[in-house]
Design a protein around this ligand. Structure first.
Ligand code: BGC
Length: 762
């Protein structure tokens, strides 16, 4: 402790002697200025070895979220902690553990600089919210922000001060397992959700006890890995990069996110970890991002496997020159940077820049005032799994459920007198609904559908598993490992279905079958589930299919035959309660798909904001147009689609003028009526189409949405304002331009809505 106190005194003395007494600026800038002084003062005390140490992050000794190299022994890491050669730790959590490690850094190292503690708090810490893709389906920014806020409250209570979230990668390819972590296929919705999540994690003030630093990841283009295969290559043009991939990152930066994580992929031949263009020039330069960039797990060292760096030293040099500030469990910086600087291969200024960014965050978090500020056992006990967090998780889960089909109005279910057969391997599962990236959730702690349904007492329920499902965890992820010949349980399930008034089938993929390193080539229902579904359908067609999955699945047969389908994702701790309340109509579904559901895997990548092509229609009635011989072009269910138990009608779409100048605000209104027989909510969506431009533009682009409540029979006027920011785009040199011409404007309840008008921009 002595060392630490000396350090603080020293910094304060140096800071006060450097302060300009004439400084007359606002409190915020005084604070910012004074942090800069403190950082500079601290840096002047540091050796080169200690500076490089700040740029080094290790995973813990108990848990790993990537491949651990052999040198990663506890002894080695403890030794580095004592020598001040570690700036941050990941995967350590719990007050007890964090305190122990922080104590080594603060009390045993020469300068006692506190550590950052980062963890993948992606959708909750102990109380688990729906997976991020499911939350995105709510289009409810307030609820999404609240969900991140609760995650931050629990994470900070357990000693953490940094989350590796939000993931803001736009995703068009459901074969890639990580689609579950993001907000889906649209840059506009993705940007709004990125802002909500950053605000939720970081709160109003980062130095508060219950806020943590956020991390926008994975910068950039990781969502576009070729063929959906994990860690793969990305080759895309400037237009896609600037108009589709970067907007959510830019929004996160503008919202004040404190850190960015780079990505495993290469982009047009340059591994992103070594991309100066993306990190130093664009993010830190053009966007003026003041925080720091952490590598992804060992991505610096992996420059060698990419064939881009000949050895560890070159990998370190390339990454630091490009602007990667911290090496996550990669050992390249700690092994090579000191020598690189001494030998003149890396300018020490680059090290100073990285370290000052890292230290600034530590000051902003208040770690120098109290390195143990998040380490309070009483708070930890009180906050983790708090009842109010479960109430919010339930609310979020209900808002995330998408009603895809309800042809014969089986839903909402009658509350009494029904014999219900509840069938499927996921119906009685308490583990899978927690999804992947479940942080510190207790295993098997989710409410299953069976439990949720059982809390409604008026009906009788018979449960049958039907078939087995591979659970997909790290050591057992292969579908081939399930017994595809044992159909004995199907017979029993069919018998129960025969005697039921309604059959609820809970099918899909296990929570560990999506997420990192869970790419797939087949998006059908895994294992024997399709067989089970068909067998039950043979004897009873009154079926509600509840899909559980972390990605869109190709369910074309079900969409054609099964009368009611809901997308129940992986909804977290309160999953079963949320599903039951929606099935029984206690909550009227309001969610809309954030990602198109394909008819088959062959349509992927599939997304609503595609280009028109030169041959969009079959006007000549011949084969030479942009289509498939064996499938429709359209998805099974489009982006923005989702039904309700009630029904909405749109009309009277109006703009306040027909012609506008570039700086005008375009006011658009529409009348929306609830013509069904329930109160409900509708996500009113506005899309534009730029009809003629200097680069080809998408057939539709989301530019506004409003989540509006309607009483039964109520009509409301919903108004949107568009500005030049909404009508412009990035050209192929990455410059934002607004071009005059005609724009079509569409408003409706999905990306396929047809109600439209045209305006002219002069
Ligand atoms: C993932 C990151 C994650 C990191 C730390 C990596 O494998 O790509 O998203 O934050 O591990 O767990």
């Amino acid at each position: 402790m002595q060392v630490k106190i000396t350090l603080y005194l020293l910094i304060s003395l140096i800071v006060s002697s450097c302060m300009d007494p004439k400084e007359d600026i606002s409190n915020i800038s005084i604070e910012h200025e004074s942090i800069s002084h403190k950082v500079d003062s601290l840096m002047s005390l540091m050796t080169l070895e200690e500076k490089v140490g700040q740029m080094n992050m290790y995973s813990d000794f108990w848990e790993a979220t990537g491949p651990l190299p052999t040198e990663a022994t506890s002894k080695y890491k403890f030794d580095h902690l004592k020598k001040g050669m570690v700036g941050a730790m990941l995967n350590v959590h719990g007050v007890e553990h964090i305190k122990k490690i922080q104590q080594i850094a603060v009390e045993e190292s020469r300068l006692g600089i506190p550590l950052l503690f980062g963890y993948d708090v992606i959708h909750g810490f102990k109380t688990i919210s729906p997976i991020p893709l499911a939350e995105a389906a709510s289009w409810d920014l307030t609820a999404i922000e609240k969900s991140a806020r609760i995650a931050a409250i629990e994470a900070s209570a357990t000693g953490l001060n940094w989350t590796f979230a939000p993931m803001v990668d736009v995703t068009r390819d459901a074969r890639w397992g990580r689609v579950m972590e993001g907000a889906g296929e649209d840059p506009y919705l993705g940007s709004k959700i990125a802002i909500a999540r950053v605000k939720g994690f970081q709160g109003e003030n980062l130095s508060d006890l219950n806020t943590i630093a956020a991390c926008a990841k994975h910068f950039a283009a990781y969502g576009f890995v070729e063929s959906g295969k994990e860690y793969n290559s990305v080759d895309i043009g400037t237009s896609t990069l600037y108009n589709i991939i970067l907007p959510p990152f830019k929004s996160a930066a503008d919202a004040g996110v404190k850190t960015f994580m780079n990505s495993f992929n290469d982009l047009n031949g340059i591994p992103v970890t070594a991309s100066k263009e993306l990190q130093r020039d664009l993010l830190k330069g053009q966007w003026n991002f003041q925080g720091f960039i952490v590598s992804d797990w060992a991505s610096i060292k992996e420059l060698i496997s990419w064939g881009y760096a000949k050895n560890e030293s070159e990998a370190a040099k390339l990454a630091v020159s490009a602007g990667s500030d911290m090496d996550m469990e990669g050992y390249a910086y700690i092994n090579a940077l000191v020598d690189l600087v001494k030998e003149g291969g890396v300018d020490e200024q680059k090290i100073n820049d990285a370290v000052s960014r890292i230290l600034r965050l530590k000051f902003e978090l208040g770690l120098f005032d109290n390195p143990y500020k998040y380490c309070n056992e009483a708070v930890e006990t009180e906050k983790l799994g708090h009842k109010t967090h479960h109430t919010a998780a339930l609310d979020m889960a209900k808002k995330s459920i998408v009603l895809l089909k309800n042809e014969t109005n089986i839903l909402p279910l009658k509350k009494t007198g029904q014999r219900i057969a509840l069938i499927g391997p996921l119906a009685n599962d308490n583990h899978s609904p927690l999804g992947n990236w479940r942080a510190a959730a207790e295993p098997n702690s989710a409410v299953s559908v069976l439990e949720g349904m059982a809390s409604f007492k008026g009906n009788s329920i018979v449960y049958e598993k039907g078939v087995d499902l591979v659970n997909g965890d790290i050591s057992f992820a292969k579908e081939g490992e399930i017994n595809m010949t044992d159909t004995s349980q199907i017979k029993t399930a069919v018998k129960s279905a025969l005697n039921a008034d309604v059959v609820i089938m809970v099918l899909g993929e296990h929570g560990f079958q999506s997420g990192e390193a869970r790419s797939k080539t087949n998006l059908n229902l895994p294992g024997l589930q399709q067989k089970l579904l068909k067998a039950v359908y043979e004897v009873n067609q009154n079926i509600v299919l509840v899909l559980n999955s972390g990605r869109p699945l190709a369910i074309d047969w079900a969409a054609e035959h099964i009368p009611s389908i809901i997308m129940g994702w992986q909804l977290g701790s309160q999953s079963g309660n949320a599903i039951a309340q929606v099935l029984y109509g206690d909550y009227v579904p309001s969610a809309k798909l954030p990602m198109s559901i394909p008819r088959s895997v062959g349509q992927i990548p599939i997304y609503y904001n595609h280009k028109n092509t030169g041959r969009p229609t079959n006007r000549e009635n011949n084969v030479f147009w942009s289509h498939y011989l064996d499938s429709e072009n359209s998805p099974l269910y489009p982006f923005g689609f989702g039904l309700s138990y009630t029904e909405f009608k749109y009309g009277n779409l109006k703009t306040n003028q027909d012609k506008y100048t570039v700086d005008d605000i375009i006011e658009i209104s529409v009348k929306v009526s609830n013509i069904g027989s329930f109160d409900g909510k509708e996500v009113v969506q506005l899309y534009i189409r730029d009809l003629l431009a200097s680069i080809t533009r998408p057939v539709k682009e989301l530019k506004g949405f409003k989540l509006v409540k309607f009483k039964k029979g109520e009509t409301k006027k919903v108004t949107f304002n568009l500005s030049k920011e909404d009508l412009g785009f990035y050209n192929n040199t990455g410059e934002f331009v607004v071009e005059p011409g005609e724009f079509e404007i569409f408003i409706g309840g999905s990306s396929e809505s047809r109600l439209n008008t045209t305006i002219t921009l002069k």
